[in-house]
Design a binder for this molecule. Sequence first.
Ligand code: DAH
Length: 332
Amino acid sequence: MLQEIATRVEEIRKKWEEDGRRVSSLKELEEVRIRYLGRKGLVTALFAALRELPPAERAEAGRLLNALREEIQGEIERLRTELQAAAEAERLRREAYDFTLPGVWRGVGKLHPLTQVRLEIERIFMEMGFDVASGPEVETDYYNFEALNIPEDHPARDEWDSFYIGEGLLLRTHTSPVQIRVMKSRKPPVRIICPGRCYRRDTPDATHFPVFHQVELLWVERGLTMAHLKWIIEEFVRQFFGPGYEMRFSADFFPFTEPSAQVHIRRRGGPWLEIMGAGMVDPAVFEEVGYDPEEVTGFAFGLGIERMAMLKYGIDDIRLFFQNDVRFLGQF
Ligand code: DAH
């Protein structure tokens, strides 16, 4: 009887050696484990047969069976560790990132040159203590003209050929109406700039476009003179363009300033270029917004952002800003 058990143990060992060798996945390993060591497995069945042995042989048979079971169990653990390591290596290989693959190019966007210039202008004036104000692009005739001392039928209106969009409503032709809106809503002192979009019925050419941008500046306080205005502009030009520029004021006319001036700059030796209209706020404008012209004085200017960008970067056609050609826009 013991002999039979011993033979059977050897048979199972041989069979196991073959089956174990063939295992190539964790799933197969589990199947094999059940076939040998499971509740109805080959080894388990032999243990049941122990009970039928004469007591004197049981110990020896048990020893043989235990040795077989331990051998198979040990081998299964070893195979499990091996197969798990292989599976993990395979997973890493599959998920590995190939750094030599060509990348997917995503163009990095940038700010439009007019936006860059506007932000730079805002930075310079904010550092001087100016607030940034804004107003609507659809304006009333009152703010765009009348409150600025340009009554209907005044010949100066011809300077601002306008897009009317309804009774008394138009696309603002300049940022000057924001002066009125700000002064009507605040008491002096007032120190603001207002960047914004403006519209005029101009035929597009190298220096005109029906949509363009201005920065308005307004400073109202006691005791301000044209000297302060001149210093502010000089300092702005120095910061924006760098050193080496000359500045010139010449007489001009605007209904909302008295006196009024045109400001030209040039690189030493270069041609004079107009950069803005400016002047001391006309007393009629102060009266219109309820400020006392005997109390306060003030100055203002209106600056073309396109003009600034063209001078700074040497751009010779204003239309380029609005054609949205990335070959142009990408250069700034
Ligand atoms: N608003 C004027 C224009 O668009 C420019 C201007 C001139 C603005 C004189 C001002 C100023 O504030 O004082 O032509």
